[in-house]
Design a protein around this ligand. Structure first.
Ligand code: HEC
Ligand code: HEC
Length: 280
């Protein structure tokens, strides 16, 4: 099933329509990950690989080995790179440099080498902006077993979720790209909101305000600022109380997900996605 889905995605990505017969003939073949990853804008993976070998040691010091920027700008978001074709626009910058602005000249790089660098930069661009490409990369590199141990171990996911409870069959409910977005940042997608699709609201933070006298008020947090806490109590009443002299405790069920976002490594994300994809 997984295999078939990849195949379908590959067809989507290359933009070609393949007849049912053709599709059946293709199904048993090994999927060419590099070709899929290249997406609609064909990039020669071999050229990108050669380009990466030049870019890392020559340009990485300033632009970052992944081209995402360091002391020098991010080249993945560069308009110049976006519109470059085979080195047409980046070539002059690389050959002549912009010495007055800190970009040295590299006159000895050949046009072929520059075209290879261009292919690498475009591939990086797709890896970060093409959500299919990104997810497919994750699906292909993720290890479901490792994802499962992360889920039950370091990721602490099993303290709130269960693969046979709330997350049972989750891979049937969402496409891989959406599934990944959901565990990174739960809630409706921009597309859902745009389409006006109803989805269950995320749980709201709970708040408890405790005064030295022992009096407490608690409920669902509506608003908090430096001076006041606004909440809805269990009877449904809106109340606004002063924080002065009180102890305020806010428990936000979504805070885990927000904080976890900074903690995932790329491998954790890919492994988790591969694991969640097995929940069918
Ligand atoms: C010593 C640091 C340094 C090195 C090494 C370096 N660059 Fe740059 N590069 C810069 C800086 C700084 C800029 C921004 C210049 C400016 O503001 O116009 C830049 C700009 C660029 C731009 C233009 C981006 C745009 O959108 O205008 C390209 C393309 C580029 N570099 C490619 C490369 C490549 C390819 C290499 C390796 C062959 C490389 N750079 C090596 C510092 C460096
Ligand atoms: C402290 C509790 C907590 C922990 C720990 C936690 N989550 Fe969640 N998670 C939530 C809450 C609350 C929601 C939003 C309500 C819901 O959709 O169930 C949510 C939503 C989700 C959703 C979206 C479900 C849907 O139907 O849209 C996924 C997927 C998910 N979490 C995966 C994970 C993974 C993977 C981990 C481990 C890295 C994790 N969660 C850890 C509390 C937690």
């Amino acid at each position: 099933m997984r295999h078939l889905r990849r195949c379908v995605l590959a067809i989507l990505l290359t933009g070609g329509f393949v007849g049912a017969q053709d599709q059946a003939a293709r199904a048993p073949k090994k999927v060419d990950a590099a070709a899929m990853f290249a997406g609609p804008d064909k990039i020669d993976p071999a050229a990108a690989e050669r380009g990466q070998k030049i870019f890392g040691p020559t340009c990485g010091f300033c632009h970052g080995a992944d081209a995402a920027g360091k002391s020098a700008p991010d080249l993945i978001r560069s308009q110049l790179v976006l519109h470059d074709e085979g080195g047409s626009l980046i070539g002059p910058v690389i050959h002549n440099g912009r010495p007055d602005r800190g970009m040295p000249a590299f006159p000895s790089l050949t046009n072929e080498q520059i075209a290879d660098i261009g292919a690498f930069l475009k591939l990086r661009k797709q890896a970060t902006s093409n959500r299919f490409g990104y997810v497919i990369q994750g699906l292909l590199t993720g290890n479901a077993k490792a994802g499962e141990s992360y889920f039950n171990g370091d990721g602490k996911c099993s303290t709130c979720h269960s693969p046979t409870g709330d997350l049972a069959g989750i891979a049937n409910r969402f496409e891989p790209a959406d599934l990944q977005r959901r565990f990174l940042s739960p809630g409706p997608s921009l597309m859902d909101m745009f389409m006006g699709k109803q989805s269950k609201p995320l749980p709201s933070p709970k708040v408890t305000v405790r005064w030295p006298s022992g009096e407490t008020v608690s409920g669902t947090l509506v608003r908090a600022d430096e001076f006041n806490i606004e909440l809805k109590d269990s009877a449904g009443w809106h109340r606004s109380v002063s924080r002065e002299g009180a102890q305020v405790q806010i428990d936000d069920p979504m805070s885990f997900h927000r904080e976890q976002l900074a903690k995932y490594s790329d491998a954790d994300m890919h492994n988790l996605l591969a694991y969640l994809e097995t929940l069918k």
